[in-house]
Design a protein around this ligand. Sequence first.
Ligand SMILES: NC(=O)c1ccc[n+]([C@@H]2O[C@H](COP(=O)([O-])OP(=O)(O)OC[C@H]3O[C@@H](n4cnc5c(N)ncnc54)[C@H](OP(=O)(O)O)[C@@H]3O)[C@@H](O)[C@H]2O)c1
Length: 229
Amino acid sequence: MQGKVVLVTGANGGLGTYVTQAFLDRGATVIGASRKIQQTDFNHPNFVAIRAEISTGQGAQALVDLSVARCGKLDVLAHTVGGFAGGQPVAETDDAVFLSMIDLNLNCVFYILRAAIPVLRQAGSGRIIAIGSRSALEPGAGVGAYSASKAAMVSLIRTAALENKDAGLTANVILPGTMDTPGNRKAMPNADFSKWVRPATVAGLTVWLAGDAGTDVNGAAIPVYGSEA
Ligand SMILES: NC(=O)c1ccc[n+]([C@@H]2O[C@H](COP(=O)([O-])OP(=O)(O)OC[C@H]3O[C@@H](n4cnc5c(N)ncnc54)[C@H](OP(=O)(O)O)[C@@H]3O)[C@@H](O)[C@H]2O)c1
């Protein structure tokens, strides 16, 4: 990853922290973006924090423009922004929950793809890795808004893969099951954490997809379910 510039969205999140550190460990320059990210979140000379709100087209474009202004180019987009809300059946899901899931899990992907793809195409071997969810393929009762938003984002990433292979750009989506994040430990303190997916596994796969070995993998939706599978 030496010489590569990687944009990690959600860099201070439960998973994003691992993804950011994994790219830094392999020598990349990492732009870490989120609404509240701070330069002090990662003590590394190759880390650049940029605060951004990417649920609007303007916010996502500003992030990409600033990234290029700071680092000169973009080789990899690792998009980890996303989140969960729900717990109600479809018939009882209110507008706010449904729209918040679409905003966070679908609109953010659309806006960051639209802004980043023209720059990533210039890289010649650009990479997009996005984090979906097991729920995209396997919806469960009570999580309709979340599952639908993640299913739609998988479709968008696979479309981007088809549309940009002429430029050597690949786009893939990882579908984790429940991960062992601080947020999940807090929300489910009595669960068996050992069955959950280790964020380091997902971070390692992200880095692999971003590297030379990932060249032949394009348009994939990759399950990483841990031992709950
Ligand atoms: N946790 C799980 O078990 C699990 C399972 C399957 C899939 N996933 C998916 O994996 C991804 C990471 O999950 P996580 O648990 O690490 O989530 P998380 O801890 O909640 O992190 C979310 C990140 O996104 C940033 N963010 C949220 N809204 C944003 C916005 N509008 N603009 C810019 N940044 C924004 C947050 O930072 P700021 O607050 O500073 O903006 C934070 O860095 C998500 O896509 C999630 O759906 C998670």
